[in-house]
Design a protein around this ligand. Structure first.
Ligand SMILES: Cc1cc2nc3c(=O)[nH]c(=O)nc-3n(C[C@H](O)[C@H](O)[C@H](O)COP(=O)(O)OP(=O)(O)OC[C@H]3O[C@@H](n4cnc5c(N)ncnc54)[C@H](O)[C@@H]3O)c2cc1C
Length: 292
């Protein structure tokens, strides 16, 4: 079977998508696309690629029903450059293959992440893992301090290297704002999981912007799968049993029955539902009627 070539993905190959102040995401290569997903799925269900409409319906059906293995047949390889603290979060997604620049082998470059002033927010009071919406009045001064520290650390690092200290130990004091680079290869199923977690509003801004750049690549490689991801994963809001019961009560014109923090979380979810809801009712795509 011939290699699948997707023109939109070909156009993105080797293009650096700038991220943060000095980082980027670059699609190095891809294998497969929507066509590969339907070919793989039809090994289960019989017959190959059909019309655009049938293929699209099949892809939606698969994702809606958690039949995820056909999505593992599509693979994307990225070259990305990010601050080490972003890499620390990123690398938690274990279903991937990576190769990172070596600070033992090479002298690390004098490249540090310097946050933009408008991202310098105060500590959130209701989420220990997040920043608030409130911008700090003294942001510029704090940024100057960060840059000052970075310069000092790097000057000492260079000094230690000049004195003959091994690179592998000289790097030990470099801060996590230092940029690193890697090749990162992931199948589409796991990439969509990654995107769902890291494009979420609860993810840290600095990794969210990388996820958004990678999402552009995923969308180019497999546009139907990406559309299904938006409809059935990103556009979904998970409700607990108590929240489902509260929603049913509300639909019956009754009070939700929730109060305090559970009510606040439920209301936030309702708000997300409203925000994600398309202005017109989306087309319902019928997939094949199959059983596992
Ligand atoms: C907003 C946010 C905040 C977070 N905060 C923290 C934090 O404070 N501290 C922290 O440590 N982590 C934190 N994480 C990381 C999080 O706990 C997960 O490790 C990360 O999201 C990767 O998810 P995953 O394990 O599903 O992905 P992957 O590692 O890609 O794994 C995919 C799936 O494969 C399976 N799998 C993979 N490896 C194994 C294994 N070794 N054993 C069993 N099953 C496996 C699991 O089913 C898993 O769900 C945070 C993540 C997010 C998005």
């Amino acid at each position: 079977m011939a290699r699948i070539v997707v023109p939109e993905a070909e156009a993105l190959l080797d293009q650096e998508i700038p991220v943060l102040d000095k980082g980027f995401v670059r699609l190095v290569d891809y294998m497969g696309g929507d066509q590969r997903i339907v070919q793989a799925a039809r090994v289960s269900y019989g017959a190959g690629t059909k019309s655009y409409r049938q293929d699209r319906a099949l892809i939606h059906y698969l994702l809606r029903n958690d039949h995820t293995s056909p999505f593992e047949q599509v693979v994307l390889t990225f070259h990305a450059k990010m601050p080490i603290f972003v890499a620390r979060q990123w690398v938690r997604h274990r279903m991937a293959r990576l190769n990172e620049v070596s600070g033992r082998y090479s002298v690390m470059k004098d490249e540090f992440y310097v946050p933009a002033a408008d991202t310098m927010r105060g500590q959130s009071t209701d989420n220990k893992q997040a920043r608030s919406d409130e911008q700090l009045p003294n942001a510029e001064r704090i940024i100057d301090q960060m840059v000052e520290d970075q310069r000092l650390m790097y000057a000492h690092y260079e000094e230690m290297i000049d004195k003959g200290l091994a690179r592998e130990i000289a790097r030990a004091n470099l801060p996590i704002s230092l940029y690193t680079e890697w090749y990162w290869q992931m199948d589409l199923h796991n990439l969509l999981r990654f995107l769902n977690l890291r494009m979420d509003s609860h993810a840290q801004y600095e990794i969210r912007v990388y996820a958004e750049a990678m999402a552009k690549c995923a969308q180019a490689v497999a546009p139907m799968a990406y559309e299904a991801f938006e409809d059935h994963i990103r556009g979904c809001v998970k409700l607990s049993r108590a929240e489902s019961a509260a929603l049913v009560r509300m639909l019956e014109g009754k009070d939700s029955g929730l109060e305090g923090r559970p009510l606040a979380i439920f209301e936030e979810k309702l708000e997300r539902m409203r925000a994600a809801a398309p202005s017109e009712a989306p087309e319902e795509l019928d997939g094949p009627q199959v059983k596992d």
